[in-house]
Design a protein around this ligand. Structure first.
Ligand code: UT7
Length: 320
């Protein structure tokens, strides 16, 4: 049994927040934000929209594009760091309910910006073991609810959004996800965290940007080398390189170190900012919708985030 990446979908909130919004409220400039991050705008969910709402909309599109009935889904995994509720219920359970899928196994994954790659890894394992046949994986974030808008060094980076995919069982090896690998180092937890119940402070995200930047470049680069080598593949075997969208300078540094051509590198951070677990599926969806990504092509996913966590995936995209 093999696991196949069968469809992609995304939900992009309508409200655009440009750099000017931050310039009007704090000591910063459009020039600084654009030069240091590559971000010119991000999307913000409505007050009444929760992470599960964004995830549900993305999931509906992925289910529709996979041409399966929602009842055929036997596992739902939602990667998020901005869940609807603290601790419980999981956002995956709420999404299952909003989709009208009953009696399904549903769980959240907490791996920050690497969450979608972690979810992909779990889906692949469940399918290859024969335990599940159709897994809905989602990366959904309402980061505007956990961003500290008094901290000018982090708040301009993040946006809201969601992406989802259907991973299905197949007996065709040529349609299979090639490989996924995930890692972590909790020793570096202080670089990026939300203090939550350990602190009197509100549960806003805190980041040591400069140090995080350096570890991000290092792990994103080594991740790709590892997975390509393990599968005896080279850059020429990759149609699209889709890294986590945290900062254009990180994408450029990693892309250059790995010698990817301009046309192989996918960049969405300029329009969506950093949407954590949603950044990679939103980027895959953009390529699918604008026709850059076609069925049968090979994409290389490369993620990094709080934990610290990191991971990469070699995926044959089988969306129709
Ligand atoms: O998705 C999870 C992973 N996340 C990441 O990988 C993000 C990694 N980090 C980054 O993207 C970058 O480190 C930032 C964009 C957060 C910051 O860029 P930087 O080039 O590392 O800047 P810095 O922190 O070294 O700060 C440089 C200067 C400082 O001023 P001084 O000390 O040189 O006078 C900051 O106070 O820029 C100042 N600064 C700002 N100036 C205007 C920091 N934030 C701002 C701001 N506007 N918003």
């Amino acid at each position: 049994m093999y696991a196949s990446f069968r469809s992609i979908g995304a939900f992009i909130p309508q409200t655009v927040r440009t750099n000017q919004w931050f310039v009007d409220r704090m000591d910063t400039s459009d020039e600084w934000i654009t030069k240091r991050t590559g971000i010119s705008e991000r999307r913000i969910a409505l007050k009444e929209q929760h992470t599960s709402d964004l995830g549900t909309e993305a999931a509906k599109i992925a289910i529709n594009r996979a041409s399966i009935e929602k009842e055929e889904i036997d596992l739902i995994i939602c990667a998020t760091i901005s869940p609807d509720y603290l601790c419980m219920p999981s956002t995956a359970c709420i999404i299952a309910d909003k989709l009208g899928i009953k009696n399904v196994m549903a769980l959240d994954i907490s791996a920050a910006c690497t969450g979608f790659v972690y979810a992909l890894s779990v889906a692949k394992a469940f399918i290859e073991s024969g335990m599940k046949k159709n897994v809905l994986i989602i990366g959904a974030e309402k980061l505007s609810s956990i961003v500290d808008y008094t901290d000018r060094t982090t708040c301009m980076l993040f946006g809201d959004g969601a992406g989802a995919a259907i991973i299905s069982m197949t007996d065709k090896k040529e349609d299979a996800i090639i490989d996924v690998q995930c890692s972590s180092d909790g020793g570096l937890k202080d670089l990026l965290l939300t203090p939550g119940i350990q602190s009197e402070e509100a549960s806003f995200m805190q980041m040591k940007g400069n140090e995080t930047f350096k570890v991000a470049v290092r792990t994103l680069t080594s991740d790709v080398r590892l997975i390509l080598e393990r599968n005896k593949m080279t850059n020429d075997d990759i149609d699209l390189f889709i890294p986590h969208q945290a900062n254009y300078r990180i994408i450029k540094a990693v892309g250059d170190a790995l010698n990817f051509k301009e046309e192989q590198k996918v960049v969405t951070v300029n329009k969506y900012g950093n949407t954590s677990s949603a950044s990679i599926p939103m980027a895959i969806n953009k390529c699918y919708e604008d026709g850059t990504l076609k069925s049968g092509e090979v994409i290389l996913l490369d993620a990094f985030g709080g934990g610290l966590t990191w991971g990469s995936a070699l995926v044959k995209f089988m969306g129709k």
